[in-house]
Design a protein around this ligand. Structure first.
Ligand SMILES: [Ca+2]
Ligand SMILES: [Ca+2]
Length: 570
């Protein structure tokens, strides 16, 4: 209850800041962060036809009327909304939108996504473990989780590393709202961001994220990836090439700061999926760090060798799936990242290794596991990361087929926009909402649309990708801008231990939260939080108890980086 009152007060303050009367239901839904001058300017009005009553005041004081209004009934809630085309509004500046006693501002600028894209990438610095955070401003914190004394769990024991052996496995990013480090998700996150880096190297070459490595000769983007790669390298058993599935406490820590965490940490069973994801991302890293030997001497060759060894282990253990329920003494209850199908992981790793080495064996394997259609990338299904290897690489073997699949995916994604409730490819079907949907479905879909344009040299899909940005940043069923620290109504209570424990009111900035999730898997464990709705696109609660709708995670932020840095690079 206390929390509910606090949210209401914040909304009142946010509205007061733009001098309008306080209301708890915001009717005007718009991108709260900003738009490009040539981006379409569309808002959505909840419940009532604005007719000619909507006033648009331009930055230089002229009053305009909307260009057109379309009525849309939500297939999810049955609610009636009005999709309002404001016209082109190409001059930069702040446009004031007013309807009755409600008003808001639409920002138009040349680089509307620069600050949020940079913040999304910089978030990975704030997620660094095993080092003190000294360039985090208010979010500075002392070192936690040194991970220099990590135990081999009995599930991970081998003759040369029996159970209880102590290894050192420091650095890397915390995975999510918790403090563990998971190979599958770490490798996936880097792989997804590498795909964007490869398409916009000039952009990333000059992008500074104000990190300890900002003064070296390597792009900060790569420095940040390296911080996690250095940890990943410690997760490979040097004696056989297999990769431990994760580094974890047996149970989640409480909502305390890293420095206060005292539980033993273990590396647990090697898995085929973690090992293949490791192989793929190390092969990519070997290629991408090659020009930066000055800062990272020897890394490229070492990463290539580790990738090949890992791949061979996976070939020798193709059914070594991670089964957390089989772990005993201690049992482990943290994030499982379980996955019973490794064909997509084989495809990604074989494709990455073929690109790196040109060896026939990898080409043969990639062909064997070639997907039949394009699918959204996720930690459990990484075939599209394999497809990126073909699309971005010089080899033409599978490029045409992957491009055909990508275009077919994109054509299908945008086909219903004209009748959609929020004028966007994402957000119109119940299946668009679930755990992590804003990442896996909204951001990743938008990234694929931009990727297709890049590959074909057109701008056909750009406007649709921007529509997903509009959705993500406020033109949606809850009216939230779903990235912390941006917009005038954004999550304040994500399920993220440091943001809860640090005593600072605003959460870490630049975090994408999971989003509306009608599955509500956390409902049974909530003590005070209450979902306000069961409607798929409204099933969201800004409360730290809600790990199913309001958690944060590196793979989700990776998709945010992939999407928004791409937009910013345009
Ligand atoms: Ca740098
Ligand atoms: Ca898989």
């Amino acid at each position: 209850m206390e929390k509910g009152i606090k949210i209401l007060v914040m909304m009142v303050l946010a509205c007061a800041a733009i001098s309008v009367q306080a209301k708890d239901v915001v009717q005007l839904r718009r991108n709260q962060v900003g738009c490009y001058p040539d981006q379409e300017k569309v808002i959505v009005v909840e419940g009532r036809n604005p007719g000619s009553k909507l006033r648009i005041t331009t930055p230089d004081g002229k009053v305009l009327k909307a260009k057109s209004v379309r009525r849309a009934v939500s297939p999810l809630s049955g609610k009636t909304r009005y999709v309002v085309d404001l016209g082109s509004l190409t001059a930069t500046g702040d446009y004031r939108l007013a309807l009755g006693d409600e008003a808001c501002v639409l920002h138009v600028s040349e680089r509307p996504y620069h600050a949020i894209a940079t913040s999304a990438l910089r978030l990975f610095y704030l997620f660094r473990s095993g080092v003190p955070i000294e360039q985090g401003g208010a979010y500075n914190r002392p070192l936690g989780h040194p991970d220099t004394r990590v135990l081999i769990h009995n599930s991970a024991a081998s003759p040369l590393r029996p159970a209880g052996t102590v290894i050192s496995s420091p650095l890397g990013w915390y995975d999510a709202g918790d403090y563990n480090k998971y190979v599958v998700n770490s490798a996936f996150s880097i792989g997804l961001m590498f795909a964007v880096y490869e398409q916009h190297r000039d952009y990333f070459a000059t992008l500074s994220t104000d990190i300890p490595e900002s003064r070296n000769a390597t792009p900060d983007f790569l420095d940040e990836m390296m911080f996690n790669l250095r940890w990943l390298m410690t997760m490979q058993d040097p004696y056989d090439g297999g990769v431990y599935h994760k580094l974890t406490t047996p149970n989640f820590e409480g909502f305390v700061m890293p420095v206060d965490c005292k539980q033993e940490r273990y590396v647990v069973a090697k898995s085929v999926t973690a090992t293949l994801d490791f192989a793929a991302v190390m092969a990519d890293a070997a290629r991408l760090f090659e020009p930066y030997q000055q800062d990272y001497p020897g890394f490229a060759a070492q990463a290539a060798a580790m990738a090949m060894r890992a791949y061979q282990w996976a070939k020798d253990h193709p059914t070594a799936f991670y089964r957390q329920s089989q772990l005993k003494e201690p049992a482990v209850t943290t994030g499982e990242y379980g996955d019973g199908y490794a064909g997509d992981e084989f495809f990604w790793a074989a494709s990455a290794l073929y690109r790196l080495t040109g060896s026939q064996q990898y080409l043969d394997d990639a062909r064997q596991y070639q997907p039949r259609q394009f699918a959204l990338p996720s930690w459990g299904y990484v075939a599209s990361l394999g497809a990126f290897e073909w699309l971005a690489g010089k080899s033409i073997e599978m490029k045409d087929e992957m491009l055909r699949q990508l275009i077919a995916f994109c054509d299908d994604a945008v086909k219903d926009v004209a009748t959609s409730s929020f004028q966007s490819p994402y957000g119109n079907k119940a299946s668009n909402f679930g755990w992590g949907c804003l990442s896996e479905q909204c951001c990743c879909q938008a990234m694929l649309l931009l990727y297709a344009d890049k590959m074909t040299g057109t701008t056909k899909f750009r406007r649709y990708a921007l529509q997903n940005a509009d959705y993500l940043l406020g033109r949606n069923a809850t009216g939230y801008c779903y990235v912390t620290g941006f917009g005038d109504k954004s999550p304040m209570h994500p399920h993220h231990r440091p943001s809860v424990a640090d005593g600072i009111e605003p959460p870490f900035p630049g975090m994408l939260i999971g989003g509306p999730n009608p599955g509500q898997q956390d409902k049974g464990s909530m003590h005070h939080a209450v979902y306000p709705s069961n409607v798929p696109d409204e099933s969201y609660v800004d409360d730290e108890e809600s790990y199913a709708s309001n958690e944060v995670a590196i793979n989700w932020n990776a998709s945010l980086v992939a999407f928004l840095c791409w937009l910013d690079a345009l």
